[in-house]
Design a protein around this ligand. Sequence first.
Ligand SMILES: [Zn+2]
Length: 257
Amino acid sequence: MKRSYYTRRKKGGPGKKTRTKKQKPRYSRRTRRSGKRGAGKADASKSRKARATPYTKRQTLTSSNDTLLALLAKCSKYSTNVRENIENPKRRRLCKFDQSCFRENIEHKLSFKHSNENLGQIETDAYRECTEKFLDKSWELYKRNDDQLPNEWYVAIATHLKTWDYTDQHHLYFNILANLCQHGKSYVNKYSKRFIENLLMGMEESAVTGMFDITNRPELMECLAQMNSPDDRYLSNTALLALVKEPNTNDEDLDQT
Ligand SMILES: [Zn+2]
């Protein structure tokens, strides 16, 4: 009884899909997907892929599938958390190992106080990941757009990096600059001089700019001095251009003859 009703209903439908499935569920599925009956390998890879899906999803949430805008939004949100932790001393207990603590983990340093700590440096280190994701994503957009930063990039940085308060050393933008200062050489090597130059000039053009007085941060004055920046008291896009304007490049050193 039931069966005849079913069959009648199927006749109106697009095909024998369900009936075939009922009879030989595995074969029919395999055949439809791989186009080959008994394609064991294809089937195995399918199921592996299916199993890996949750992990893939989790990864792309924080990295490559995000737009730059979404990435910077996350980093800005993160910056609020960091700021709250740093500015509220009650949130941070003294680490039981205090000065003999070996933990380099940034989350630990944000959560526990150590009496020899440099809060500014901890904060800058906390933004290293954001800085590097920002660079990776910018590079991706730059390469996809014939070695030019696209409009999407300008919109994203104007939305999330702009600040008028040049005394705010908790800001995401300040800490991206600080990381560019401290790790700039490796970024130039990883990407290219031209890219870093475009990035700094692009920020300048979009009024993502400012001169941050860093005389309270000797470690930042030091990285500016090391790249022969004309002024090591102010951190800015233009100060960091010294990264790409060194007179002696490594490429030239290669021509030894
Ligand atoms: Zn500790």
